[in-house]
Design a protein around this ligand. Structure first.
Ligand code: NAX
Length: 327
């Protein structure tokens, strides 16, 4: 038996598609380490509780040595009780005819309640990733409703976009993804995101100097920013395993540190690069060994990059204005 005390890990929307992939990897030690026991605290809405009970049965049947407890509930106060790590995945999916502003309006209230429940119940060291869309603005709402939790404990996931960009560069170069470094995704998790390859390298060689500029400027950007839709068209269902994998990458990096290397994470802006203060904006972020997050503040930006970042900030400002009464 491991000597480490168990940490409490909450997953919301735990009976959904992403949850079905995420939970097994958290439980097997893939996120917090092979010697770190976890207590899983799983939240669903009441209509999802039968499905969640089935998921819990399967988790039990997987006999994971690291799982020291499983809580299944539809009460956020129970799910977030003493929680150290929170994956906020559950939200309403975009229905037929819904545009982005409808989605913002439909999901905003969920994150008011969950922000308050985190504020009232979470452990002092809680760290939060918001995956449920529109994730940047949902994270903003949760953060605003948790005044006792430091702002920098709230993040939103742009790691899937980051990983997609890495995957495209590796495929184009015909190299393993381990040879790709230095990619950063800026902005909103939406088609306005900006996948920045200005410092990216493949096998140590500059991507900008060695890749076809037309491909980088058009197809690469389009493929990365519309990948979610392409997967729905191909699979008949939205990204689930890759999204769970990205959430794990994000939280694992935050847990272990990134050895000085920046990764893409959306954090509450402190005004870096002229990004309006408070917006949950994806920026180059170094995860320090002590669990703090340091934004790289001297990244050189071309005029093109600045314009793209401003456009994504503009979109997030509009989303923030649409949920002003929830903040
Ligand atoms: P599913 O519809 O399969 O699962 C969502 C689950 O959340 C359902 O079981 C539902 O009952 C539950 N739920 C709904 N409202 C809830 C609430 N208030 N509290 C707790 N649970 C609640 O969706 P899934 O494929 O798992 O995707 C989940 C979310 O991730 C969606 O919002 C989706 O748009 C978002 N994504 C975000 C990505 C990102 O890169 N940030 C990429 C993947 C994904 O599209």
């Amino acid at each position: 038996m491991s000597a480490k005390p168990a940490i409490r890990v909450a997953v919301t929307g735990a009976a959904g598609n992403i949850g079905y992939s995420l939970l097994w990897r958290i439980a097997s030690g893939n996120c917090f380490g092979a010697d770190q026991p976890v207590i899983l605290q799983l939240l669903e809405i009441p209509p999802g509780m039968d499905r969640l009970n089935g998921v819990c049965m399967e988790l039990t049947d997987s006999a994971f040595p690291l799982v020291h407890g499983i809580v299944a509930t539809s009460d956020a106060n129970v799910a977030f009780d003493g929680v150290n790590q929170a994956f906020l995945v559950g939200s309403r999916p975009r229905g037929p005819g819904m545009d982005r502003s409808d989605l913002v309006a439909a999901n905003g209230p969920i994150f008011v309640g969950q922000g308050k429940a985190l504020n009232d119940n979470a452990a002092d060291d809680v760290r939060v990733i918001v995956v449920g869309n529109p994730c940047n603005t949902n994270a903003l709402i949760a953060n605003a409703n948790a005044p006792d939790i430091p702002d920098d404990r709230f993040t939103a996931m742009t790691r899937l976009d980051h990983n997609r960009a890495m995957g495209q560069l590796a495929a184009k170069a015909g190299r393993p993804v381990a040879d790709v470094e230095g990619v950063i995704v800026w902005g909103n998790h939406s088609p306005t995101m900006y996948p920045d390859v200005s410092k990216a390298t493949v096998q140590g060689k500059s991507v900008v100097d060695t890749f076809d500029a037309d491909w980088l400027g058009s197809e690469f950007h389009k493929t990365v920013s519309t990948r979610g839709k392409a997967i729905i068209n191909a699979r008949g269902a939205s990204s689930a395993a890759s999204a769970a994998n990205a959430a794990l990458d994000h939280m694992r990096d935050w847990w272990t540190g990134t050895n000085g290397k920046p990764v893409s994470m959306a954090l509450p802006s402190k005004g870096w690069y002229g990004i309006p203060e408070g917006l949950m904006f994806s920026v180059p972020t170094i995860c320090e060994a002590d669990g703090s997050l340091t934004v790289v503040e001297d990244w050189e930006l071309s005029d093109h990059a600045k314009a793209k970042i401003a456009a994504s900030a503009d979109e997030l400002l509009k989303e923030r204005a649409a949920v002003a009464e929830l903040l």
